[in-house]
Design a protein around this ligand. Sequence first.
Ligand code: SAM
Length: 273
Amino acid sequence: MHKEVIQRQYDEVIAKHYDVDPQDVIQRTIAASLRQLDDLDLLKAGLPPLRVLDLGVGTGLFLERLIQSTDRDVVPSGLDISKQMVEIARERIPEIATAVDDAANFEIHFAGQAFGMICTHFVTGFVPMQTLAPKIWDHLEPGGYWSFVGGTSRGYPALQRIAKSRVLQALFNRRGVSAEGNLLTPEDEQEVKRRFEDGGFESEITETFEPELKFEHFDGFMEFAYHGGWLTPFVEELGLQRAGWLTRQFLNTLVFPVSDHHSIVIAVARKPR
Ligand SMILES: C[S@@+](CC[C@H](N)C(=O)[O-])C[C@H]1O[C@@H](n2cnc3c(N)ncnc32)[C@H](O)[C@@H]1O
């Protein structure tokens, strides 16, 4: 997936809807990620200020909750490919230092800076872990942490089945569409651990979160999948955003309601001292 396409989708379609979080998946993963940081005693008052860089910072939801969750001083920075997402993050966290660029170029913007924590939350479907790992290493202090949240290719099994069904392929005259939309997601928790270790990191905590998803009808699916950003490339590949009344009726009769689940790895790794 071309990065210009992703940038346009976030700028023009997703940014103004992102925080709605229709099935509460983002807020629940933020809570789980913060719980991991708390378990590692990173949120204790009295520790030195935590310099954090969030790659693919989005609208700043995680950094805002991090700042609210600790008495420790947090010095926030964020980078994102979408100017619109970054603008929302800046309104939310006025003190944040930001850059708009591809995460694969983050070292250009933060040259010579070292962070206590670098986050990649739902961005490694766009920029693979193996590209980011050496750059994260170079910009972490010794003993610094990598907070990871990312979908795996085991997500959306029901939608995957539907995407491959003859009915859908006939309706949209397509073959081989995938509900992951060519994203570069790891396969599972084991792959995430392996990528950490290949990069020289120590894997501290990993867990897999599989929230249930319920799509009662086409419009509810589109709120989550298209405007919410979870499957925007897949929706555009099929042209579902332009579906007329008849197609929507057809899908509501033949496909929905759908029960499914996502598969999200939430993890923390550490650069050895
Ligand atoms: C699913 S959102 C996650 C936002 C935020 N991290 C969160 O967890 O709520 C993915 C974010 O990654 C950004 N993104 C996509 N491709 C990117 C890239 N190549 N470099 C930097 N950011 C990218 C998008 O603009 C979007 O803000």
